[in-house]
Design a protein around this ligand. Sequence first.
Ligand SMILES: *Cc1c(COP(=O)(O)O)cnc(C)c1O
Length: 397
Amino acid sequence: MRLAERAGNISPSPTLSIDAQAKKMIAEGIKVINFGVGEPDFDTPENIKQAAIKAIRNGMTKYTPVAGTDALRRAIVKKLAEDNGLNYEPAQIVVSAGAKHSLYNAFQVLCQEGDEVILPAPYWVSYLEQIKLAGAKPVIVPTRLENNFKLTPGELQSAITPNTRVIIINSPSNPTGAVYTREELAALGEVLVKHNIVIISDEIYEKLIYDGNEHVSIASLSPALKELTVVINGVSKSHAMTGWRIGYAAAPQPVAKAMADLQSHSTSNPTSIAQAASVEALEGTQESLKRMVAEFVKRRDYMVERLNAIPGVKCNRPGGAFYVFPEIKSLLGRSYAGVKINGAADLAGVLLEKMHVAIVPGVAFGDDTCFRLSYATSMDNIKEGLDRIEKVLTSLE
Ligand SMILES: *Cc1c(COP(=O)(O)O)cnc(C)c1O
């Protein structure tokens, strides 16, 4: 059967496929240390589960408005005002089946053939595919480890052409964990306003932020920036709710309306029960989040220290999210057990096969001199996994 060209151009998510491979080995009884995970290893807090159970009992099992229930949209409006200093009307909020779906809707209504979208690298894999699915051209702009993988105004300026329409900013970042400061965002914002470039600001890791770093939404920096920005957020990462599939966008009204109209013909509303649970996630106690953040900090610190102690490995201390992104440039070209390591993809193969450790090679994010380790796994796993990685990286020939 002939597939549409569009289908042929999609690459499956490499992060999900490595995760799947590791899970398959685990199912076969092999003890795999999985650093590939892209979700918190904590359970959804009890108060949130109870809200969902109550919603089922109360018959909240029917279609809801396409863009989300009034209760959830009001809770989101309140959250954006309190946490981010952003004032929106409920009509500017669109709730979708996860932030990934919100991003998809945004690219679909904002981009068309001939448009260029600036994508700072290392980037989260789905941005690249979603840009292409919208018919636009991704313009990948590499950032540097020395600058904590953050885009500078100069780098931004030189990537802009008359066709530039959108930029994606993801802070805290997956995969690097980098957090932009208020000043850095203001400097980028100045260039973006000057060229009238729309900003898709993916703030899904907002709550997973460490060392007193402050999360700043670029939309909050000026009315002009707010008019240009689509804010994307959700409960998946902040409340350990990846399986519930609730994300949302806040946007200028015509954009929000277009996203809701698009959604009305694809998925309709997100799950009614998960929406009720998300109201509790946003309005209920945030104790579980605090515990999760404290645990993530411990794990991150341990990992960064262990990685930097391995000769040839350079690892920044990320300010947010739950990933570290070490670089192994100076080790490339050497071999392990006869296998030449020319990039992190080769290392990932060796680690999974010989050491039963799953990592995500940087090739998935546009930079194969680095790899991503998630610390959304237990401290015992982290210790054991790093022992194994160290064994390989210290015995390259
Ligand atoms: C996890 C993730 C998302 C999507 O989360 P959902 O589960 O779809 O809400 C979006 N952006 C980034 C960078 C992520 O890592």
